[in-house]
Ligand binder design. Sequence first.
Ligand SMILES: C[S@@+](CC[C@H](N)C(=O)[O-])C[C@H]1O[C@@H](n2cnc3c(N)ncnc32)[C@H](O)[C@@H]1O
Length: 227
Amino acid sequence: MARQNFVNELFDEAASDYDWVSGMMSLGSDQFYRRDALRRAGLQRGMQLLDVASGTGLMIKAAIELGVEPAQVTGVDPSRGMLAQNRERNPVKLLEGRGEALPCADSTFDFVCMGYALRHVEDLRKLFGEFHRVLRPGGRVLILEITRPTSPVALHMMRFYMKKLLPGISWWRRRNRSTAKLMQYYWATIAECVPPSVIISALEASGFKNVQRTTTGAVLSEYVAQR
Ligand SMILES: C[S@@+](CC[C@H](N)C(=O)[O-])C[C@H]1O[C@@H](n2cnc3c(N)ncnc32)[C@H](O)[C@@H]1O
């Protein structure tokens, strides 16, 4: 809980800058990628969608752009600051909560997504057990995550960009100490992130079928699975 409180405080304080950070980290490609990943994972109009770690609502925005009805979307996040930004953007049901203890009924959703938040969760089995519980039989899960690059050159470049350059630019542009702190924490969580094989095994052990990982560039991983 101490770690969770620390993470909540970080996101509460940096919430108003989060969309800017997301754009800077992806060199402006983040919304196209979210939309494309949701579409490729099979999200369709008419589905009941749960967005876990919903943050400022960028995954939900992408889902609505794909034709999903706002009335069929629920978002969950533990940071009140992030949820406040989300509420301004998306006319959907938003709940305060953690992925490891979802405030949702069993077998409610056709699709569960989680963008860039796996590294904030301590217990993957608990998290994936919750995804399994709230999904209907046949329902799908999509997890987007940044993976530590395997090439030493790519790792070095990413470390420089995220640990030195971006916090510097963000301080110069935004003058928000919390945003610079959030970026440094980002780097720490990426550098020490759980390896893809552990994520795949935890999904399978939680009862998911057809678990697949695809990668884009050296650092973006998508995990798709079916209940
Ligand atoms: C990097 S942001 C991602 C937001 C959004 N999914 C996106 O694609 O932009 C990470 C989010 O995870 C949330 N978070 C942190 N710990 C969490 C947990 N245990 N369960 C669910 N969400 C959590 C944070 O509050 C934050 O909003």
